[in-house]
Design a protein around this ligand. Structure first.
Ligand code: INI
Length: 166
């Protein structure tokens, strides 16, 4: 029985951190958490590109552009969608999540989802370096693990293919 699990090994990885400016008092902290986590796990600062977009709605379109370049081993998307008085929240949060999920499957490149979807500012604060940690860092860690998992699965598939052709 084979078992596969990625390790968050950042050495040699090239990563784009995609950050939305809306609620930037929160998203700056998510971005910092993501970058610190990447560097702590071996990604070189020179191999991290930060890309800003206006709001979470714009994250999928920018992610698609970045993925099309084939320059990145993973993307980390950070944003903060905080519920207001209208259904706007549901459209922005829903499309950001759906769009990014679809892209990571289409391009087979991991996208860490560090987009907060909260009912209020306090919940966002707690998840951007407060009582509930930093979801930007969590997303970065998950993206690195998935990049490594994909590499391991590719290697195993290639080896199985080689064995089969003997
Ligand atoms: N964008 C966010 O990232 N977070 C929000 O909470 C938010 N709210 O509440 O409106 C938000 N709206 C802007 C949206 O992402 C787009 O930038 C805008 O609609 C222009 O396309």
């Amino acid at each position: 029985m084979a078992e596969f699990q990625g390790a968050p090994a950042g050495d040699g990885r090239r990563i784009a951190v995609l950050a939305s400016r809306f609620n930037d008092e929160v998203t700056k902290k998510l971005l910092n958490g993501a970058v610190e986590c990447l560097v702590r796990h071996g990604v070189k600062l020179d191999d991290i590109d930060t890309v800003w977009v206006p709001g979470a709605w714009e994250l999928p379109a920018a992610a698609e552009r970045l993925l099309a370049t084939e320059r990145y081993d993973a993307i980390v998307a950070v944003g903060a969608v905080i519920r207001g008085e209208t259904p706007h929240f549901d459209y922005v949060a829903g499309e950001a999540a759906r769009g990014l999920a679809a892209l990571q499957r289409e391009f087979a490149v991991p996208i860490g989802f560090g987009v907060l979807t909260t009912d209020n500012d306090d919940q966002a604060e707690a998840r951007s370096g407060g009582a509930h940690g930093n979801k930007g860092a969590d997303a970065a860690l998950a993206a690195l693990e998935m990049a490594d998992l994909f590499t391991r699965l590719d290697v195993a598939a290639a080896e199985a293919g080689d064995a089969g052709s003997d």
